[in-house]
Design a protein around this ligand. Structure first.
Ligand code: NDP
Length: 283
């Protein structure tokens, strides 16, 4: 029997703990964690994500501010807003919703965020700290996956972990987190020669590609832990992961469903990172 990892329940537990810790912080120091979310343009998916983040902030008792800018906002204007937020004592976390409109150089905007307020963990200073083993802010999705693994009681030391996908927001930070827990990590991507063979070696398989149901049962070792990061909208409107859940689940020792696996953890970890940022401001 494989364990179906309940991301909704684990995320709810984390949000509840964050709420209690935030209320304790406010009682002791008067500091209420504050998150600023910057949205440029009107990408429908981004709007949904920003709305969810504001709702999550309200639930855990944080201050949240949304900055909605037009799609043709200038880079200078966006940089000026980031500077203001860097200096705003009520704001502890700054999140710029990606993707940004094409005329804006994303790296430049991320580099302008104060690394101590970079709750997405995308600033080069935070990426460097993660890679060198002294992380400050860890990107929310990989951090959430590590929580799912830990709370399911899965030991990583000495295990073969295979990460499929090498993006800066999921695949790369994921690989370094697994390495830090002494897993032997292989990273795969679109140029990997024999993906099924690489995937079959995995004791822990992380799929972060964005291709519905591409991980089939023949690519999974008996007893593997399978974490599905993919969020793919099918033609029938339903959400699907990167893993063909129905055929893979019977082979896996533990597996995350989509929806209800990794997804809910991302926002829960954003709340945790923002709480951590507020705590840092309190000392
Ligand atoms: P990206 O598009 O940035 O990266 C996709 C990665 O998959 C790339 O490294 C690419 O390789 C690799 N890839 C593409 N095709 C193949 C293939 N056929 N075989 C092997 N590797 C392949 O995606 P993200 O990392 O941003 O997101 C991945 C998925 O996770 C998406 O479905 C996204 O929606 C989801 N997601 C979910 C989140 C959540 O909260 N649940 C949060 C963030 C993302 P290459 O580098 O060579 O191009």
């Amino acid at each position: 029997m494989s364990i179906i990892i309940d991301g909704n329940k684990i995320a709810q537990d984390i949000r509840q703990a964050v709420r209690e810790e935030a209320s304790d912080l406010a009682r002791r120091t008067g500091i209420v964690p504050g998150l600023a979310v910057v949205l440029a343009g009107d990408d429908p998916a981004s709007k949904v994500y920003v709305g969810r983040k504001a709702k999550a902030c309200a639930e855990v008792g944080f201050l949240s501010r949304e900055y909605k800018l037009p799609a043709d906002v200038g880079e200078a204007e966006l940089l000026a807003l980031i500077r203001d937020l860097n200096n705003d004592r009520r704001i502890h976390g700054i999140l710029v919703q990606l993707p940004l409109p094409k005329h804006i150089v994303t790296d430049k905007i991320i580099a302008a965020i104060d690394p101590n307020k970079d709750v997405d963990g995308f600033h080069p200073a935070n990426v460097g700290r993660l890679v060198t083993g002294s992380p400050l802010f860890i990107p929310c999705t990989p951090r959430g996956i590590m929580e799912l693994i830990a709370r399911t009681g899965i030991e990583l030391s000495g295990k073969d972990a295979v990460v499929i996908g090498r993006s800066n927001i999921v695949g790369k930070p994921m690989a370094f987190l697994l390495l830090a827990q002494n897993a032997t990590v292989t990273m795969c991507h679109s140029k990997t020669k024999d993906l099924p063979a690489a995937a079959r070696r995995a004791d822990v398989l992380i799929a972060a590609v964005g291709k519905p149901h591409m991980i089939t049962a023949d690519m999974v070792k008996e007893g593997a832990v399978v974490i599905d990061v993919g969020v793919n909208r099918l033609e029938n409107g339903k959400l699907a992961g990167d893993v063909a859940f129905d055929e893979v689940a019977p082979k896996a020792s533990a597996i995350t469903p989509v929806p209800g696996g990794v997804g809910p953890m991302t926002i829960a970890m954003l709340m945790k990172n923002t709480l951590d940022a507020a705590r840092m401001a309190a000392v």
